[in-house]
Write a protein that binds this ligand. Structure first.
Ligand SMILES: Cc1ncc(C[n+]2csc(CCOP(=O)(O)OP(=O)(O)O)c2C)c(N)n1
Length: 368
């Protein structure tokens, strides 16, 4: 196998004293957050603006440009044994969980070293090793899935949590409401993050929901709903911290609505002609990376030169990850059915040489 450099370890969890909410965060953590935001931006820009246009990507590219603070401010607080259910604009969460840019790029290019080994493109990838559940294309399906995962954590009496991400449009889906109802009723350890980027594909908020804030929907399920500035990584961090501490303590879910903006079209093939240009200009001035950068300089946590160095390092990191991914072979056609279904006892083959597909046993024994 085309081996990537060692995956980054998942972020260590911060000290769990609520009093720490009011303390300054350690400079090392702030620098890590900045690095992940810059890496996410560079990796996604490379995918959307270069590799996609060069015809090197298999399928579509959906990015979270301008939304990097959401995944970083929340996921950076997960423990390695927590799980995340990302959506289609959460590249930063994949990276923080330790999935390498090399393998992520191989995934987008349909190569054998991608997380689905070339069976699927783009962000429909996961890795149990990294605690990342693959995103199901049907919007909001990750919400009932996160309830199921959290239920199993509860039944095992573990203090792990699930972070579940979605857009504003997903919150108008029936499965979103059913999943939330179940998790909230049983006080399961899930924290919900809505990236409210004002549009669901081409549909603006006001044509999509009758409430002003997605967070209002929390009331219907008896849980706290918070609205935060989704372009302020520290605001996201503190809200996420509250949600994670609550969930870990068995107090049930919290819904955190992160107000933000989609700084691109819905995907690489969409020019977003339906979005007024002034909105792009308005939100460009609130770019979460430039804002955080200014904050770090003004607070003395980092020097401007240090951050410039980080950006250069990130560019080089992505350069070499692209080279690595391009060296990864495409899978052979005869491999296409391997690993698609769960294979008990490893990759057994039937008399015809094809992988044997067996039923997966889901009994209560699996939950003890
Ligand atoms: C049930 C369902 N309907 C439609 C789609 C097609 N689709 C994919 S993403 C998307 C927009 C989603 O909007 P939102 O939930 O607000 O997330 P955002 O893309 O804004 O982050 C749509 C309509 C889908 N994947 N699943």
């Amino acid at each position: 196998m085309n081996r990537p450099p060692a995956d980054e370890p998942a972020a260590p969890a911060p000290a769990e004293s609520p009093a720490a909410d009011h303390l300054e965060l350690p400079a090392e953590l702030l620098r890590r957050m900045f690095r992940f935001m810059a890496l996410t931006r560079e990796l996604e820009d490379r995918l959307e603006r270069k590799l996609y246009r060069q015809g090197k990507i298999v399928g579509g590219v959906y990015v979270g440009r301008g939304q990097e603070a959401i995944g970083v401010g929340s996921c950076i607080q997960t423990r390695p044994d927590d799980l995340i259910c990302p959506s289609h604009r959460d590249m930063s969460a994949f990276l923080i969980r330790g999935m390498s840019p090399e393998r992520i790029l191989a995934q987008y290019m349909g190569r054998r070293d991608g997380f689905t080994r070339g069976r699927d493109g783009n962000m429909h990838m996961g890795s149990m090793e990294h605690g990342v559940i693959p995103f199901v294309s049907m919007l909001a399906d990750n919400v009932p899935i996160s309830a199921g995962i959290a239920l199993s954590m509860r039944m095992r009496r573990e203090d792990r949590v699930v972070l579940c991400y979605f857009g504003d449009g997903a919150t108008s889906r029936g499965d979103w409401h059913e999943g939330l109802n179940l998790a909230c009723l049983h006080k399961l350890p899930v924290v919900y993050f809505c990236n409210n980027n004002q549009y669901a594909y081409s549909t603006p908020l006001k044509l999509q929901m009758a409430v002003t804030d997605v967070a209002e929907r929390a009331q219907a399920y008896g849980i706290p709903g918070r609205v935060v500035d989704g372009n302020d990584v520290l605001a996201v961090y503190h809200a996420a911290r509250e949600g994670i501490l609550r969930a870990r303590a068995g107090q049930g879910p919290m819904l955190i609505e992160c107000k933000t903006f989609r700084m691109t079209g819905h995907s690489a093939h969409d020019d977003a002609a339906y979005v007024p240009r002034e909105l792009f200009e308005e939100w460009q001035a609130k770019d979460p990376i430039s804002r955080f950068r200014r904050h770090l300089i003004e607070s003395g946590a980092c020097s401007s030169e240090e951050m410039e160095r980080t950006i250069q390092e990130v560019v080089r990191q992505v350069d070499s990850a692209v080279e690595w991914a391009e060296r990864s072979p495409f899978p052979a056609p005869e491999e296409c059915l391997e690993g698609v279904y769960h294979e008990q006892g490893g990759s057994r083959r039937g008399a015809d040489g094809r992988p044997e597909v067996r039923e997966v046993a889901f009994g209560s024994d699996n939950l003890r």
